[in-house]
Design a protein around this ligand. Structure first.
Ligand SMILES: Nc1nc2c(c(=O)[nH]1)N[C@H]1C(S)=C(S)[C@@H](COP(=O)(O)OP(=O)(O)OC[C@H]3O[C@@H](n4cnc5c(=O)[nH]c(N)nc54)[C@H](O)[C@@H]3O)O[C@H]1N2
Ligand SMILES: Nc1nc2c(c(=O)[nH]1)N[C@H]1C(S)=C(S)[C@@H](COP(=O)(O)OP(=O)(O)OC[C@H]3O[C@@H](n4cnc5c(=O)[nH]c(N)nc54)[C@H](O)[C@@H]3O)O[C@H]1N2
Ligand code: SF4
Ligand SMILES: [Mo]
Length: 740
């Protein structure tokens, strides 16, 4: 196949060039600009970690521009010299033997065989165009990620929708962050987590809901440990997690009773006169209706629903009501639920009614998961039009068309289907082609057996991944080999809205290309190369993103270029041109939080109190399936589906090799299950064998499975929050029996 101008060989030649470009900074130019030259040899550079959303700075040590080792960056404002095991081992997975090094195409015998990039592009364009021609623009969709760079996410979204003419594209951020997005948009008018990590250190009362921070965000936990105010650390989690053990108070509520609990706490805050009336009157709307609604959540009702005592409730409410700086933090125990959006908003309501927002140590703070979930939220062009805009808004479409110099008709005037609806579309025959980028759906999607059956109904499945061995890649018709973190350049946005830099410190193996270059190649092969001529490099794309952000709450027009991000130790949005100019005159601000002026993003500037009656769980336990199954992260050394962390001997040693089930001693005794013996765990959808771990971490009637093992999502029940369409991974009914 001929490419006009851009060919794989020309890309590979350029790609094979020197590493770490001009981004290896000279001494003194580094980090916060405060680093003494003697501490900063010029053969090192800082790269933001590519695992979790904490966004730690890692100092990569270089020889001739290539990474030889790394350590935690002492001067990066996020982690201040700390890193977790995954960060320390970040380079190891790059050298794994199962890296995809050439495109692979399924041949007539049904076997994936290596092909050239030219043949891969011919198959990609030929097959997808064929499907689109026969079945229309809804028949091909993509599932993206929060684990590639912002520039790459934006390119994928722009190419998919404006270039290839697709309507439907969603991301694995749906599994993870969609609830926080929906909650913030409705409550604040924009998807805007308000905090900065310094708030962990400046809080008097830290309320962690459905978050196992010690395991999932160990360096954020270290920031909590730096708090000198002797804070109350309150954990709300049905399990006695590592974080709960380290807390000062643990409320082990019944699974999925959070909404009732928070309404009950709001009721007590009102009853005790702890509401900050001046704040509520000046900056919020809908409080009176909310106050009338929560009156029915009496302590008796709340105790019955949550399993907590009246003493517990009153103590919890008093901490919130009398605390000077109270911060509320939530993660997947909230986001992955059947009434998740309203639960997140119940936390937002508690912060608003007590005036705990916009001040140091406060906030209603969603903690993100993946390294660039925040980038995906703003720029993946899936649920929002680029830059947090709305596909349904003609003015927004016109703005994007003008900035990108593309015909406005190429921008869809309708929203994409959500992840679960795309999957349903395969079932109904509407979706016939699927392109999966940097996510391992066959492992991580809810009710896995059903998805994996549906995949065989697709006419064409493309998987773009670092490894050809993932559960999803093995099912693909075409595998596109991708470079990973450390082998490419771009930016990630962390949980506190900080842009950090990713650099190319290692060469991708074989013919693997960065996702950015794969998108360039596809654009060219598809015949829309001209539309994307400005997207010539990640940094050029970053300039487009700056333009797209202008005037939006996430304005970053004050960021000069990549080097500026490096010099500042990352930059939090918003950072408008005006703010940039102001900072030049004074001190640049390292830590910034939103809503200090009480102005939210709704047209009337007011935050909204939103609420709704709690609903029953979709799959309650019964005599046949008597246990509630909880799932989540297992250890700080395991990352999701283990495609990366499973490649490190060190990380593997830090976690159990086989899937294990946490079960309470009372239940284990009743079922004659010995510790470390094999058990069968089954739901109405599938079953698996696990090793029993008899422990006090879960209560009788509950069991826990870590999500990292491939069989776990055979059990989960596909139910979704109605507003965010995020899957409810954390509650379904199972039975447990001893084996042998
Ligand atoms: N080591 C490691 N770190 C990670 C990841 C990883 O795979 N490995 N993944 C990253 C990603 S993408 C994400 S999204 C985050 C997730 O970070 P977290 O959300 O902190 O992790 P989880 O273990 O999924 O869920 C947190 C807790 O929710 C609790 N929970 C379950 N049901 C309920 C409930 O009804 N109410 C309440 N209040 N709690 C409940 C679970 O018991 C669990 O302890 O971690 C990020 N960090
Ligand atoms: N039961 C249960 N299931 C869950 C959860 C739970 O709590 N319980 N949590 C959910 C959550 S919050 C999340 S975020 C998901 C995570 O689920 P996934 O997104 O499926 O998990 P990962 O293993 O991170 O998959 C990322 C894939 O991208 C590849 N990859 C890495 N870097 C790159 C790159 O730069 N380019 C390309 N092209 N590929 C790359 C990796 O090899 C891997 O195959 O799981 C969800 N599933
Ligand atoms: S805490 Fe997250 S960002 Fe920091 S080193 Fe560990 S995985 Fe990387
Ligand atoms: Mo996630």
């Amino acid at each position: 196949m001929e490419f006009k101008g851009l060919t794989f060989s020309s890309l590979l030649r350029a790609w094979d060039g020197p590493l770490t470009r001009d981004l290896v900074l000279a001494p003194g130019q580094f980090g916060l600009g405060k680093v003494p030259a003697r501490l900063m040899p010029d053969d090192a550079t800082t790269v933001v970690c590519g695992f979790c959303s904490t966004g730690c700075g890692l100092k990569v040590h270089l020889k001739e521009g290539a990474a030889v080792n790394l350590s935690a960056d002492t001067f990066y404002p996020v982690n201040l010299g700390m890193a977790c095991p995954k960060g320390w081992e970040a380079l190891t997975p790059l050298a794994a033997a199962d890296r995809a090094t050439t495109p692979l195409l399924r041949n007539a015998a049904g076997v994936l065989e290596p092909v050239s990039w030219e043949d891969a592009m011919e198959a990609f364009c030929g097959r997808f165009k064929g499907i689109l021609k026969e079945h229309g623009p809804e028949s091909v969709a993509w599932i993206g990620t929060g684990q590639i760079c912002v520039e790459e996410l934006a390119f994928l979204g722009a190419l998919g929708k404006f270039g290839m003419g697709l309507i439907h594209g969603d991301g694995n951020t749906r599994q993870c962050m969609a609830t926080a997005v929906a909650a913030y948009k409705q409550s604040f008018g924009f998807d805007a987590p308000p905090y900065t990590y310094a708030d962990f250190e400046e809080s008097d009362v830290i309320v962690l809901v459905g978050s196992n921070l010690c395991i999932a965000h160990p360096i954020m936990w270290q920031r909590v440990m730096r708090n000198r105010r002797q804070p109350e650390i309150i954990v709300v989690d049905p399990r006695r997690t590592e974080t709960a053990m380290a807390a000062t108070q643990h409320y082990a509520l019944l699974p999925k009773s959070d909404l009732t609990l928070f309404y009950g706490l709001a009721h007590l805050v009102i009853a005790n006169g702890w509401v900050k009336r001046e704040y509520v009157d000046a900056f919020t709307g809908g409080f009176e209706e909310f106050a009338a609604f929560v009156a029915q959540f009496t302590p008796e009702r709340v105790c019955e629903a949550t399993g907590l005592s009246v003493v517990d409730l009153e103590r919890f409410a008093r901490c919130i009501g009398e605390g000077k700086r109270v911060s509320f933090w939530w993660t997947m125990g909230v986001n992955q639920g059947h009434e998740a959006t309203r639960t997140a908003q119940a936390l937002i309501n508690l912060a608003l009614m007590t005036g705990n927002i916009g001040r140091p140590g406060t906030g209603a703070n969603s903690i993100t998961g993946q390294c660039n979930a925040m980038g995906s939220r703003l720029f993946s062009n899936t649920t929002n039009l680029l830059g947090g805009r709305d596909f349904l808004n003609a003015t927004h479409r016109a703005q994007v068309a003008e900035i990108l110099e593309i015909p406005v008709e190429s921008i869809p005037d309708r929203n994409s289907l959500a992840y679960d609806q795309i999957v349903d579309g395969i079932e109904s025959g509407k979706v016939k082609g699927l392109w999966i980028v940097a996510t391992n759906t066959s492992h991580s999607w809810i009710h896995q057996n059903s998805f994996n059956e549906l995949v065989s109904k697709l006419d064409f499945l493309v998987v773009q991944d670092m490894y050809g061995s993932t559960e999803t890649a093995l099912r693909a018709d075409l595998v596109l080999p991708a470079a990973g973190w450390g082998e490419k350049e771009g930016t990630f946005i962390n949980s506190e809205r900080r842009y950090g830099l990713v650099k190319r410190v290692s060469k991708a193996p074989g013919q693997a290309l960065s996702d950015f270059n794969i998108f360039r190649l596809i654009a060219e092969s598809w015949g829309v190369g001209k539309m994307f001529r400005e997207w010539s490099s990640p940094e050029a794309a970053f300039c487009l993103l700056k333009k797209l952000s202008r005037g939006q709450p996430c304005d970053i027009t004050g960021i000069r270029d990549y080097a500026h991000i490096d010099e500042c130790g990352g930059i939090q949005w918003p950072w408008s041109a005006d703010e940039g100019l102001a900072a030049l005159a004074g001190n640049p601000v390292q830590e910034r939080r939103l809503f200090e002026d009480g102005a939210f993003y709704h047209p009337d500037s007011k935050a909204r109190f939103l609420f709704e009656a709690p609903r029953a769980v979709p799959e309650p336990v019964d005599a046949s399936y008597p246990f509630v199954l909880l799932t989540g992260r297992g250890t700080s050394s395991q990352w999701h589906t283990l495609t990366r962390t499973g490649k490190s001997d060190v990380l593997r040693k830090l976690a159990p090799e086989n899937v294990y089930l946490e079960i309470n001693a009372q239940d284990a005794e009743r079922l004659k299950i010995a510790d470390q013996s094999l058990v069968r765990v089954a739901s109405r959808r599938g079953s698996l064998t696990a090793t029993a771990f008899v422990s006090g971490t879960v209560r009788p009637g509950q069991v826990f499975l870590p999500m990292h093992y491939a069989t776990v999502n055979q059990l989960t029940y596909p139910s979704f929050d109605p507003y965010s369409r995020q899957p409810s991974y954390k509650a379904c009914a199972v039975l447990v029996e001893r084996l042998g």
